[in-house]
Write a protein that binds this ligand. Structure first.
Ligand code: ATP
Length: 286
């Protein structure tokens, strides 16, 4: 009987410059996690519980990204698991997987446990698709682990575990997860809307590419639908980059550049490439 393979927690390398916008969300997350790390004694054996956070909202809007950036910034390790990955058809194995996640987090503390697609792991009891007993036991195990973390009994600076859940469907979640002391801080992570916000995300996504100086990312943002996910904006930039690679290979084919001059630095994204990104845009959210 195989248990779920778990990646070891590690400190991510997502820096704030890689993220456009989301300042308010960042401040909110930092505030919740920074204080218990800096002042663990204030949270020890007290009724002051450490809150868990539930990030909810449409897919691809930055929940995972910002959680990772907060880990990087606070130098806290990060353990990300997707709800469905922990589920196992064998009796008892899913609960064991949940237990192992928290054991691994405690061994690498301070650590943020990021439970993505949480609705799959802890569906509202009696919800459609809930097969009954097995998932009740998984939910109970999860609640016990969360309560253990929140109690702060083990709260010294080297044994802190923080829980962040993420879901696109908070309505499907087992509601007792949201009680005080559990994931009691609910934060909506919205799609990016307006030219300013979309431009900041496009800027962040273009940081790792060569972009021609005449490119106006605000015009690109203006040509896109009012509301976009980060994943949508990433696709615009990826499409533009692929077009830039094709343009470079065309120049090579036509003898305009030499093979020895080909490098990632010679891939330059210009207006025509971004226009292709905009024209082939398919929104993932409405
Ligand atoms: P899901 O609900 O599907 O898990 P999510 O909300 O966790 O989605 P992320 O994985 O954080 O979404 O974002 C998807 C991708 O979109 C990121 O890997 C990143 O490339 C891009 N992205 C999202 N938000 C931003 C942002 N604010 N700045 C730069 N890139 C972003």
């Amino acid at each position: 009987l195989q248990s779920q393979h778990l990646d070891a927690p590690k400190i991510p390398k997502v820096y704030w410059e890689d993220i456009g916008g989301l300042e308010k969300l960042k401040r909110e997350l930092l505030k919740t996690i920074e204080f218990p790390i800096k002042y663990p004694h204030l949270f020890k054996n007290s009724t002051l519980k450490r809150s868990g956070i539930l990030l909810y909202g449409p897919p691809g809007c930055g929940k995972t990204l910002v959680a990772k950036a907060v880990s990087t910034e606070l130098n806290v390790s990060f353990l990300s698991v997707k709800g469905p990955e922990l589920l196992n058809m064998y009796i008892g194995q899913s609960e064991e997987n949940v237990r192992k996640v928290f054991e691994s987090a405690r061994a690498s503390s301070p650590c943020i446990v990021f439970l993505d697609e949480l609705d799959a792991l802890a569906p509202r009891r009696g919800a459609a698709g809930d097969s009954g007993g097995a998932s009740d036991r998984v939910v109970s195990q999860l609640l016990a682990e969360i309560d253990g973390v929140a109690s702060g009994e083990d709260a010294d600076s080297s044994s802190l575990v923080f829980i962040m859940g993420a879901t696109n469907r908070p309505d499907l979640l087992e509601q007792s997860l949201l009680r005080p002391g559990r994931l009691d801080k609910l934060v909506y992570v919205a799609p990016y809307s307006g030219i300013g916000e979309k431009t900041s995300v496009l800027k962040a996504l273009c940081r790792s590419h060569n972009v021609r100086p005449d490119v106006q990312l605000a015009s690109v943002a203006a040509a896109l639908p009012e509301r976009c996910s980060g994943a949508d904006l990433l696709r615009v930039v990826s499409t533009a980059r692929a077009a830039a690679v094709r343009a470079l290979l065309r120049d090579l084919h036509n003898g305009l550049i030499k093979e020895s001059e080909l490098s990632t630095d010679s891939v330059i994204i210009g207006v025509p490439e971004l226009t292709e990104g905009v024209e082939t845009f398919r929104p993932s959210i409405t």
